[in-house]
Every structure is written in C-alpha cells, then in structure tokens.
Design a protein around this ligand. Structure first.
Ligand SMILES: Cc1cc2nc3c(=O)[nH]c(=O)nc-3n(C[C@H](O)[C@H](O)[C@H](O)COP(=O)(O)OP(=O)(O)OC[C@H]3O[C@@H](n4cnc5c(N)ncnc54)[C@H](O)[C@@H]3O)c2cc1C
Length: 525
C-alpha cells in the first residue's frame, strides 16, 4: 500500500501543517484554547484542568461537612503529619472541586492532602474517621462521572506526589507503582525494558494509574488486551478504618479466597484507597499496521464492527468516528480526512510480520462487505501515530465547538448499528448535536452532547437527552457506562440498569467495608 492519501491530500512526514500543529510548545494538548502541558519530568503537580462554567444539572445528595469539624481535622493533620503537604487556601482547593464531567455540581474540599507514603495515607484515613470528615481519593481529575468531585468541607487525598515506580520485574513481566503515576509515564518507563503496559485511555497522557484503577479504565487497545482490571495482579489498599490490605502479588494464578482485589478495581474510591499496584506487562509488540475505512452511513460502519466480531477478528484497535467528529478533529489537526464520509473506522494490527497484513486484509474485507466506500493504510508508523492521536483528541476537538458532554454507553457489539440509529433519533428529537465516536470494537460508544456556550436551556436539555441515551442502551441489553463509571453523573441509573436486588448487594458490600460511610460517600451507590 502506498502513501497515505486522504480526501485528495497526501500526508508525508515533511508536511508543514502536521498534526503536531495542534499541540502546545510543551508538547501538551491545547484544551479550551489553553495549553495543558504534559505532566512529565520536573513538574511536580498536574496542571489543573479548566472547567466550563456551565450550569450544573447533575446534583446529588453529597454531604456537607460542618466547618468546625473540617477545622479540627486540619489541626489534627498538622499536628500528626507536620511534613505533609496540605492545601487549605481556597484558591488551591478550587482546582480540586470538579473532575472533567460537564454540568456537574460539586463541593469545595475543606482541605487537600498530598501524601507521599502509605503510612501518611493510613494516618489521614484514621484522622478523617475520628473527625467524621469524608474522604475523596483523587488522581489527575480527568474522570467523566464525578468520582473525584469534591465534598464541601471534606478531605480530598490527591495522589500527585505518590508517583514512583517501585519495581520493574522483567522476569515476571510485572511493574509495581504508586497510584499517582501518569499512565503515559508508566508506559514510557517499561518501554525502555522492551515491555508494554496495554490499558490506554485516550487521556493516557493526563490520567493516573490510581484513577484508572478507580474507574477500571478502558481505552483504545482494550478490544484486544482487556481493561485495567485485566492488567492488575496485586494491590495495596487502605480501608476505611486505616487497615492496610495486601491483595494478590505477582502470581498469575491465585484463587485463595474471595476475589477482593478485583472488587476494589472500579469501585471509584468508595471501598478503599489504592496506595500501590502490581501490574501485568507484556513484551512490546511490533509497530502497528494501521487502516482507515470510510463509510457512507453510520449503520454500515456499525455493521462492519459486528461482522468483524462475528468473524472472531481481534485487532489491537477498532475505533469509530462519525462525520461531525471527523470534521472537528480534521479542522484542528488537519489530517486530510474525508469529510464526506458518514463514519470512519480506525483498525490496527500489532501482530508480527505477515500476520498483521492478513489481519488487516480480513478487516478490510469485512468493511467492504458492510459497504465501506474506501479503505486506506498508513504509510509508516509516524502517519499511524498521527491518526491514533487524531482519534485520541476527538473529545478535545469537540470541546472547541461548545460545551461538550461525553457519554459512555455500551451495547453488545451486534447491536451497535441499532444504538447508532437510536443516537441519531435522539439527537433529531431534541435538536441537540450528538457527534459520536468510541471504542466500537468493545461496543463502547461516546455520544457527545454539544451545546452553545450561552445556551440557557443546555443543562435542562442535557439531562433529558442523557436519560434517553441511557434508556436506549439498556433497552438494547447494554450499559449506561462502559468505562467512565457511575460516580455521581449516572447514579440515578444504576438501579435502572442493574435492578434493586443487585444494588442492594452492592450497598451491603459498601456498608461492610465502610460502615461509617467515610470513603467517597454519595458516589456510585
Ligand atoms: C479527553 C478524555 C479522554 C478520555 N478517554 C478515556 C478512555 O479512553 N477510557 C477511559 O476509561 N476513560 C477515559 N477518560 C476518563 C478518565 O480519563 C478515566 O476515567 C481515568 O481513569 C481517570 O483517571 P484520573 O487519574 O484522572 O482519576 P480521577 O478522575 O482523579 O479519579 C477517578 C476515580 O478514581 C478514584 N481514585 C483515584 N485515585 C484513587 C486511588 N488511589 N484509590 C482509589 N480510588 C482512586 C477517584 O475517587 C474517582 O472515583 C477520558 C477523559 C478525558 C478528559
């Protein structure tokens, strides 16, 4: 396959308006017109994310801590942990009020602690318990469900200073880390040993491993390698009473007792606080072969995904972008994508040698049979990186157009065409543009609601549209959240999806592990 030619434009590494034009000089992503430097190297703290000042509709019964209780806790922390970095200035605390969830109402934490050791976390948990002040564990705050949202007067424990790699063990293919390490930094460190940590949320340059564990994050290559939970071998967890649990380790097989370790993954900081994780690595795969397939209708793209699933194809990446997302990404990154197409699929293989070619040929055949208008291959790894980065930037590209609210529904893969049809119908019914992209290979779609920045009806319509999206997904046997979590944003729908009996069991588990309700109360259950 020759040079990579999209919609009449030929990309080459020497091209002047490269996709990096969209990146800031520091190599960070430009979000909402403001550079977000990659949190690497000498920088100690994450750059706080700028949040839209859109009116909140996602309200909740989050507790409010009486100021005297918060003040007593702060005094006790200062006395017991004089070396701990504790933020109490309101301006500092404001950066920890929200995560990236649009229309979210959240409280201003009374204090933000930045521990560096498990012992400090234990002490913080014990002191917070003694003063009945709730705790919100927090990674990088990129969450899209309100899991790290602040509690008024509460204690947020942010893991930005606990970001060390404790061990890389090539013999056992494991890495042991503190929770604050950024996903991309972990990937880069193990790559130096020829190793690969698969889970790769699109936010991987900003989000932390602790947050990934908290949400059981997915990403672009989960279709082949599984989600975060599949990559965890061991955890150190501080429970609500300050007990330190060591769960799992380096054993690949270990069925001694209940699967507690797995229970903590995805629990959004409501059951325990992760202070260390041992993660499964793989030998680094060869560079990916990358293909784009363009479709005249969204349904045809959905049908291609269903066909690939039915044929048992397991590409490393199988991502979808619809017409509006293609245009938003292309306006920003100037990749020369075909804007006439209703949808594209990004398909990648990381198999060795000719097997990769065979896998992409099979994928291409499935796409053509489903009605693809044309398919293209990236000419080299650089072009492939640009395309993957284009997909990763889909949400940031849409955020440039107005107030964007990324949703996260999932359906069985055979039902993707129906879900895409439902999204189009809901969009038309409410007059709300809903560009859609996502991890099509997992049946996980990100319909993204777009509103004008000055639209006074935005918050209200956002709630109506989300309600219909969730119910459509559930009606198709799907889920209200494939990877972002219930948090605050989808709390009302947990019972709608799971049923009261299941949620009752979840609440009993929460009560058993956190009887005083001190860990991230008001979230998830
Ligand atoms: C542009 C963009 C793209 C995204 N793409 C993806 C994607 O492809 N896949 C995906 O899954 N998500 C994606 N997300 C969502 C988000 O990045 C993930 O949910 C990520 O896992 C959050 O990590 P964080 O460090 O920002 O965590 P936070 O937002 O800080 O926290 C997330 C949750 O984890 C809990 N938590 C944090 N640290 C700990 C700890 N040490 N112990 C216990 N609980 C903890 C928090 O309480 C909270 O409930 C995206 C977000 C953005 C903005």
């Amino acid at each position: 396959m020759g040079a990579f030619c999209l919609a009449g434009a030929t990309l080459s590494p020497g091209r002047s308006s490269s996709p990096r034009d969209g990146l800031s000089e520091e190599g960070g992503v430009v979000a909402r017109g403001r550079p977000m430097p990659r949190p690497r190297g000498a920088t100690d703290c994450y750059d706080p994310v700028v949040h839209d000042a859109a009116p909140a509709t996602i309200r909740s019964a989050l507790p409010i801590v009486p100021p005297e209780r918060t003040a007593a806790l702060i005094a006790a922390i200062r006395a017991r942990l004089p070396g701990l970095r504790l933020l109490t200035d309101p301006v500092d605390r404001e950066s920890y009020r929200r995560d990236e969830t649009a229309f979210l109402e959240a409280g201003l934490p009374g204090a933000v602690a930045l521990p560096t050791t498990t012992a400090e976390v234990v002490e913080l948990v014990r002191l917070a318990g003694a003063h009945q002040v709730p705790i919100v564990p927090r990674g990088a705050g990129t969450g899209l469900s309100g899991g790290a949202a602040g509690i008024e007067g509460g204690l947020t424990i942010a893991f930005t200073q606990m970001k060390r790699i404790l061990e890389i063990d090539p013999a056992n293919l494991t890495v042991t880390v503190q929770p604050g390490i950024i996903n991309a930094d972990l990937k880069a460190a193990v790559a130096e040993h020829g190793l690969f940590y698969p889970p790769d949320p699109a936010s991987y340059e900003q989000c932390s491993i602790g947050g990934n564990l908290g949400t059981n994050a997915g990403g672009l290559c989960c279709v082949k390698y599984g989600v975060t939970r599949d990559a965890v071998l061991g955890l150190e967890v501080v429970t609500a009473d300050g007990t330190v649990l060591r769960l799992g380790g380096k054993n690949v097989k270990d069925v001694a007792g209940y699967a507690l370790m797995q229970l903590f993954v995805g629990s959004q900081g409501t059951l325990g606080i992760v202070t260390e994780a041992t993660l499964r690595l793989r030998p680094a795969p060869p560079p990916k072969l990358t293909m784009l397939a363009f479709f005249p209708s969204l349904e045809a793209a959905g049908a291609a995904v269903s066909a690939m699933t039915a044929r048992g194809l397991g590409p490393a990446t199988l991502e979808l972008m619809d017409r509006a997302t293609i245009a938003a990404v292309d306006d920003w990154q100037q990749l020369g994508l075909d804007r006439e197409a209703a949808a594209l699929l990004l398909v990648e293989s990381d198999l060795p040698g000719v097997a990769a070619e065979a896998e992409l040929e099979a994928a291409e055949a499935a796409c053509r049979a489903a009605g693809a208008s044309f398919t293209l291959r990236a000419a080299d790894p650089q072009e492939a990186d640009w395309l993957r980065q284009g997909r990763r930037l889909a949400y940031r590209a849409l955020e440039r157009l107005g107030v964007a609210h990324m949703e996260d529904v999932g359906v069985p893969r055979s039902r993707i065409p129906e879900m895409l049809r439902a999204i189009e119908a809901i969009s038309a019914r409410h007059g709300v543009p809903i560009p859609t992209f996502g991890h099509a290979g997992d049946g996980n779609l990100h319909p993204t609601l777009l509103f004008g920045r000055d639209d006074p009806t935005a918050a209200e319509r956002d709630a109506l549209v989300r309600d219909e999206l969730y119910r459509a997904a559930i009606a198709l046997g799907g889920t209200v959240t494939g990877e972002h979590g219930i948090g605050l944003a989808r709390k009302d729908y947990l019972e709608v999806q799971r049923g009261p009996e299941v949620v009752a069991v979840m609440r009993r588990i929460k009560a058993a592990l956190d009887p005083a309700g001190i860990l991230n109360p008001g979230k998830m259950v």
